[in-house]
Design a protein. Structure first.
Ligand code: TPP
Ligand code: TPP
Ligand code: SF4
Ligand code: SF4
Ligand code: MG
Ligand code: MG
Lengths: 347, 609, 609, 347
């Protein structure tokens, strides 16, 4: 079992850092907000993987969710941008310095409404980064208006009922060519941890849509994003174990029901299938399963799709291995002879 | 229809002369006259005669009317001339309109099969049987259509006494490396040349070899900007296509591909065609934040879309370079016409108290040098820098001095690396430690536990922590104002012309430069009015502008927009006591500025006094 | 921490007195003090005493510090007062900072369990055992937390001699229809009231019934704007949530639901929560084009995002109403603080030569009336109209006169219907037939074969046909300038105060109104400085502004931003000869403007002369 | 057979109008541009259906494609907006006057890049209108840059090769809850005509992605959007006949291979299935078929998805039947008593 045990403050990881080195500022979110749990899972995952916090760059848009990068990984740089434009800012930063590990946090409003265009194109580019949507079906920070991921039929606190088809960000991402797509629940510590660690080890855009109840505006009876509803309707596709690159553990599951996917750094995600026949490597069927299940109430969680071989934006651009940002003058300014030749050609 | 329609100066005085004439070629868009016009321009250039070329093209891919104007000027005037001294009428659809404004006796080269209609004051007609002349050269209809255009080049060579060997050399340059094309085009030019031998007379003006272009190059501003960016070490380009800025980005992509890839293909740069302009600027901000020299290029509509992110760059203090190659606004406006209409929008881009640094290139040389200066300023002042070029500067062909190799190594501004952090024992991102309003920054990835800070567009204190406190907010805003104000001296100083003693001054910016220079000559020669000139090259204003205005009784502010936007910026900035001296000469027609419209207006105002 | 931190006037002179005091309540956000503060405000209001309430809340849903200020002013001053005459310290996290700036002897109501720490100049402490007092009222912990707040209302009633029956009436109003809540809150207030009987002394100031609020209403500007829009016949609302504008849209949605649905549920309006602000303005433009009265409401970041479409609206001449409820910028800035920082951005929003009409409400009454005027102007001038409110005006509670029922039927501007088209035999969309620069338009769906025209943001001629001609372009742009300029007289005239003979004038706009009025009183009373006042209510400027400035030797331009943006607009517009008279009094702290900071600054400047 | 025969100029429709009454200005596009053919099909469809041109409102963004509304239906109002924002402008206009028939024309750049956000949300709202994407895989008007619908592997004129997953606008629309989705080819007169007429009769957003070769920048060998390639790889799902509401025709196809869908106004689209088992009523399978077929080179055309019952934005808003735009004052301004009551409540 590799799901993190609550890390005692004294434990250190392979870098000799304690959990404390991965903490951020005190949260200013509501007590009980799902987003707080996700912050904890992210910092734990970074701790467990032994990522140097200085190598991580955090990105977010605007919203309660987008505030959270201030509450984890205080030793990492962060860029809290404007509403819906986190993907482009992350893209620029990660092109400028490809050695960074990008962690983006967004909300369902930030991603599915104002930010849907940038989301679509980020996914297509397959820029290596983790993209977490803290999905509560409402605009928390502006006090509870409905968002585009609210399921039709779900009621808002105002009494209004969501009546448009919900945007399923996972189905959308898979259909657009994403290379790693998962759904989880802020309250499922074990599953979320495994997925986050796998996402951090993936080379490509890893989309994690995490249902994360808003206790203030969307946790009531009638909401399909409340703690109660999600707990009751969570339908995990797999039981997940993350196996770090160095570790080797015994397979203790009956054969045939377990699969393993190997991540970029050699680590593996072990999937014990709970839904017969679901294959996270089959793009068309994965989309069909999600689209077909829409409206059933069931919330499919787990690793929905994975393609480790999809070329990333970095591959396509064939960047040098070093960060572009700090290349010395002589590597970015062609020599005088080059300019002379250019001038000659224009003469 | 004529391109100028009721444009300023269409009934311009003055007559053509030796090495002083303007040829206008009217064609349908997409008919391939680009190469012929390039040959024409080059031929004059190679003969040592100062030239400029203005392409007036429609927002359409093929078929709509296009005009290309080649101006030869022994005095080196390279602004658009509103005079048409010789017309090549290749477009039957516009022929009537093209001929209408011509002065009697103007030479017109036209298709022998399409003689201009009657009722016109006697023109000096030169009919050319284009189809017959190209028939022997190629059996391919599509090619023959293109070659027709080279025929008129040959005809003009005869009529204007251009040197045929230079024409041939120019053809070889323009079709470099394509032997068959060179051969056929030379044949077409010769055919036109030979045919013209039969005319028996020629226009009263023409060309004769000079020595006024030695060492010069011919280039457009977008190429110059691309090359300037290349040699300034740009590492990230994010862009979205829009006329007239696309060729800047595309020129840079080509240059990067040639000069910044290792033999194994590894690139020291990243280019992304973004999904829109918001994403383009977002990428540039992300990259600038992470330490790259990042830029984008756009035009008016894209600039507007960048408004929110521009404010983020200002407030979060992130270096970025944005080229705005201006076109006719408002809205989609005239996408293939020039303008200086984005000045106010760029200076103030975004809500709240946002102010930006502007660079205002007035020549292709400055497009090159300011590309570098833009990065230096952006990184030094940690803020977006907007470089305002325009379609005339960016897409037309200009004579220029060769580009100078940048002397200094890149100055990346106040960046603390690990060692320096160690030495200082930490830092506060937004603290004004040096008294210039500019804090020190760190780059993500810096391996020091105290390197990180939190960048945000919301209220923050000196340590970059979230703050809604009135004192933090006010102090931060005041520091930002000080920082931007402090750039006045760091921006390129104005260009001055004249001895500074004239009572009249002409103040301008950007691509108005050659028209202003020529207008000053006209005012002096034709009306005895001496005028000094000042060209603003950056915003906020150089401290020297006020003194110069104070030294002149009347200052005409020349610009290519409706609302006198440079005058507006002057009004926002200067001591009100000086403002009474300023008089707008603001006009926008979409056509590159010509000298006559300036000198006429100033002369009229001076005479009315 | 104190909300004012180093805000202007925190060491303000003057002492509280009868019906003249300011109570500040410090609580954590989300703790439910909103209702208690409303009761406090209402109680004073019902006692006939002029009041105002200012809510200072964080950009956070629960837990961060919040301050609410209730001001009673026998003289009717309703601006924020920087003085704190009595503090209710409910937030242990901010207590130290809240107490620090208090003058010695200031009364402080606090939780008996949390006595303020020592070292402070002697304060007049009133400890209240909140938990003990609410324990008997409810067994529910969550409810008890809320009720604590009503206890301090009761305590204040005793200390400030508020009438208990009026407190109870106010509770009944605030919790209208919820009998159990009324009962419990009344009990809590009584408990606080009874407990306070034991203090043995009370502050030196307090309240006594007046007759200065008869016939008035209490309302916030966003509600007023929503109601004004309702009675102006709005038919399409497209919006995207953003503080502090959301309550305008949400208030309008509620009002439409109540007043504009038939019994069968059929609606005479459409509301869309758009995916972002670009879409919101796009919808408004589409609807305005098709003939609806369409509007949106936003704040700074949304305004920036609307830049491109705003230019389309201007150039394609489409009516639209955009409310910008301003908050602190630049960028995300201080989303829950007030500002007047979008003035320049709105006036010039978009690239190219774009200019917009602005309406500048200065009271809740004007939020109501200008909502109607905005539609009339937008349809009459066929252009987007921006109404610049702000957080202070929009979200705080103000006394006002009841809203007047609009007298005139809707004026929909120059629209040709089928019959009129028939009569005229056609039309040219952009022809200036009436000499005011405004063409006639038709609505899609008009059943006449000549009704259609083609709307575009690119160059067009009078008949709305695509044109790149210089003459069409220039003529069209000139007409647009004329059209917008022609609105000067149609916009609401400035509000004038004073006899016009003072040497000093104060020029302002928007929510600065009450602070300017109070500052004038302070200047007169404390320094013997008589000052006239002019409040600009629209842009472009009314023709009367220049004359008024000319009649004053020194004009202080008061505004709530850093860059003196109203002064900037004046500089852009006025005869330079007048500009020397203008002096900026521009400051932005995020807090609503207080009179003291204005009068101090003007007095200092006047004395320095 | 109801595909329109080339309408002789003299023929009149049920309104007594000739084709000429549906024509627009002279095209300024390149000769041979696919967009020109689509303009012809649109005007023919309106003519054949007998739509009063004054009832049609045309919308477009920016691009060669978006210029086309000037070249058809000269008697209809048109709003040529800004790049990528046609959906919002159309939404506003059609809410202001629900009696209009909305026809939107966009390009693949206008829709799939800058405009993807508005496209996504328009489709979700199911606003009644026809949305035609003239899809050529390039930005025509800005001279040939690649667009997001370019298939990976397709080469551009510059020699560059598209290397990101293409956005399949049809799959996207279906997945997002669209109610009418079809793909066609500018050169397939019969199919496109039938689909356009059905789209005009549909009540809801009808998305038509029409492959429309750009002869100037994307008609070369190596492009998957060239005339040659499309002709060779067109895989029609059905043979389509549009049957106007009034007409009745004999079924002449063998039973089982023919289906009919009935449109809002009683007209029908008759589908003779060419692909066994394809059911345009099955959302999940339709998406899976498209996603699964991506990369095969085959271009699936025909009616991809249809749901006549999906509620539209107008249904949800419960608008009065008359245009909001022209309601008289007394219907949009509540009476004085209402204001008195409001004032009283604020006292
Ligand atoms: C351009 C712009 N428009 C609107 C807003 C206001 N705004 C702030 S957060 C938010 C929605 C956030 O919702 P979501 O992303 O779901 O985050 P949550 O608060 O629910 O975690 C909005 C609309 C803004 N900041 N900027
Ligand atoms: C905001 C903005 N950015 C860029 C442009 C420039 N532009 C005009 S058309 C176009 C692309 C059009 O491509 P597409 O929609 O595929 O139409 P096509 O010309 O191929 O039919 C672009 C980028 C613009 N007009 N506005
Ligand atoms: S409002 Fe909702 S989303 Fe925001 S912090 Fe509170 S619980 Fe979380
Ligand atoms: S460039 Fe391409 S898309 Fe544009 S008109 Fe020509 S063929 Fe059509
Ligand atoms: Mg949310
Ligand atoms: Mg295209």
């Amino acid at each position: 079992m590799t799901a993190p045990a609550p890390a005692p403050a004294s434990r250190v990881n392979r870098l000799g850092l304690a959990v404390l080195d991965y903490r951020g500022g005190k949260t200013t979110l509501c007590a009980g907000c799902g987003h707080n749990a996700i912050s904890e899972r992210i910092l734990e995952a970074c701790f467990e993987l032994g990522l140097p916090p200085e190598r991580v760059a955090k990105f977010s848009g605007i919203g309660c969710s987008s505030k959270t990068p201030a509450y984890f990984l205080g030793r990492s740089h962060a860029f809290n941008g404007v509403h819906g434009r986190m993907p482009s800012i992350a893209t620029g930063a990660l092109l400028a310095n490809r050695t960074l590990v990008g962690v983006g946090v967004s909300g369902d409003g930030d991603t599915a409404s104002i930010g849907i265009g940038q989301f679509v194109h980020l996914v297509r580019r397959n820029l290596p980064m983790v993209y977490v949507v803290e999905d509560n079906g409402v605009y928390g920070l502006t006090k509870g208006q409905g968002s585009a991921t609210a399921d039709p039929g779900s009621t808002f606190k105002s009494g209004a009922v969501a009546d448009q088809p919900a945007i399923d960000l996972c189905a959308l991402a898979i259909q657009l060519g994403a290379s790693f797509v998962a759904r989880s629940f802020s309250g499922d510590r074990r599953q979320l941890s495994a997925l986050l660690r796998a996402a951090l080890a993936h080379r490509g855009t890893a989309v994690l849509d995490v249902v994360s109840p808003c206790v203030t505006f969307n946790d009531h009876e009638g909401s399909t994003k409340s703690y109660t509803f999600v707990k009751e309707h969570d339908a995990p596709l797999q039981e997940l174990d993350f196996v770090p690159a160095a570790e080797e553990i015994e397979v203790d599951h009956p054969p045939g029901t377990t699969a393993e996917v190997t991540l970029h750094d050699g680590s593996r995600l072990r999937l014990r299938k709970l839904e017969e026949g679901y294959d996270p490597g089959d793009r068309a069927r994965a989309v069909a399963r999600l689209v077909g299940g829409a409206g059933s109430g069931e919330i499919l969680t787990g690793l929905l799709f994975f393609d480790p071989a999809a070329p990333t934006l970095l591959d396509r651009l064939r960047l040098v291995p070093e960060p572009l940002a700090t290349l010395p003058t002589e590597r970015v300014r062609p020599p005088p002879a080059a300019l002379e030749e250019i001038n000659r050609a224009l003469r | 229809m004529s391109p100028a329609a009721t444009a300023p100066g269409s009934a311009a005085p003055g007559a053509p002369g030796l090495n002083d004439f303007t040829v206008q070629v009217a064609t349908p868009n997409g008919s391939g006259s680009q190469s012929s016009n390039a040959v024409l321009l080059r031929t004059l250039f190679q003969m040592g005669i100062p030239v400029s070329g203005k392409n007036l093209f429609p927002s359409n891919i093929s078929g709509l009317p296009t005009w290309y104007t080649v101006r030869a000027s022994r005095d080196g005037h390279v602004a658009r001339s509103a005079r048409v001294d010789l017309l090549v009428a290749m477009n039957p659809e516009t022929a009537a309109g093209d001929l209408a404004p011509l002065a009697p006796g103007t030479p017109v080269v036209h298709d022998a099969a399409l003689p201009p209609e009657g009722g016109r004051p006697a023109l000096d007609l030169y009919p050319v049987p284009f189809d017959a002349l190209v028939a022997p050269i190629s059996g391919e209809a599509r090619l023959r259509r293109l070659l027709r255009n080279m025929v008129y080049v040959g005809t003009l060579a005869r009529l204007l006494e251009l040197e045929l060997p230079e024409v041939e050399r120019a053809v070889a340059r323009v079709f470099a490396g394509r032997a068959r094309a060179i051969e056929q085009n030379v044949a077409a030019a010769r055919a036109g040349f030979d045919h013209a031998a039969g005319f028996g007379h020629r226009p009263a003006f023409g060309a004769r070899r000079l020595d006024a272009t030695r060492g010069k190059i011919l280039v457009d501003g977008n190429t110059a900007a691309a090359l300037g960016s290349l040699f300034a070490g740009v590492t990230v380009l994010a862009w979205y296509p829009i006329t007239p800025s696309s060729s800047l980005a595309e020129g840079l992509i080509a240059a990067l591909g040639r000069h910044r890839r290792a033999p194994d293909g590894a690139a020291t740069y990243a280019v992304v065609q973004a999904e829109d302009e918001l994403a383009a600027l977002g990428m540039v901000l992300g990259a600038g934040w992470a330490g790259a020299r990042a830029m984008t290029a756009t035009s008016g509509p894209g600039l507007s879309l960048m408004a929110e992110l521009a404010g983020l760059g200002y407030y979060a203090e992130v270096p970025a370079v944005v080229w705005d190659v201006q076109r006719g606004g408002p809205s989609t406006g005239l996408p293939t016409r020039t303008s200086q209409g984005d000045l106010l929008a760029a200076a103030l881009l975004s809500h709240g108290d946002t102010r930006h640094l502007l660079l205002l290139p007035g020549s292709v040389e400055e497009c090159f040098t300011m590309a570098g200066e833009a990065f230096e300023l952006a990184e030094r002042f940690q803020t977006p820098v907007f470089v305002l070029s325009d379609l005339d500067l960016g897409m037309n062909t200009w004579m220029a001095d060769p580009f100078p190799y940048p002397e200094r190594p890149l100055d990346r501004g106040k960046v603390l690396d690990r060692a320096e952090l160690e030495r200082r024992g930490g830092f506060a991102r937004y603290r004004d430690v040096d008294g210039d309003g500019i804090g020190w920054r760190t780059l993500p990835g810096t391996e020091h536990p105290g390197a990180a800070y939190f960048t945000r567009g919301s209220g923050h204190d000196e340590r970059a922590a979230y703050s809604e406190r009135a004192d933090d907010y006010e102090r931060n805003l005041a520091r930002l104002a000080r920082k931007i104000d402090g750039a006045r001296g760091a921006l390129p100083a104005p260009e001055l012309d004249g001895d500074g003693r004239a009572p009249v001054g002409i103040l301008s910016f950007g691509s108005s430069r050659p028209a202003v220079a020529e207008a000053r000559a006209q005012l002096a020669a034709e009306a005895g009015i001496a005028a000094d000139a000042l060209r603003v090259r950056g915003w906020p204003l150089s401290p020297s502008v006020a003194g110069w205005i104070a030294a002149h009784q009347r200052v005409y502010v020349v610009e290519q927009n409706r609302d006198a936007q440079l005058l507006g910026l002057l009004r926002l900035d200067l001591d009100p006591a000086l403002l009474g001296r300023l008089r707008p000469v603001a006009r926008i027609t979409g056509l590159p500025l010509d000298a006559r419209s300036i000198s006429d207006e100033i002369r009229a105002q001076e005479e009315r006094r």
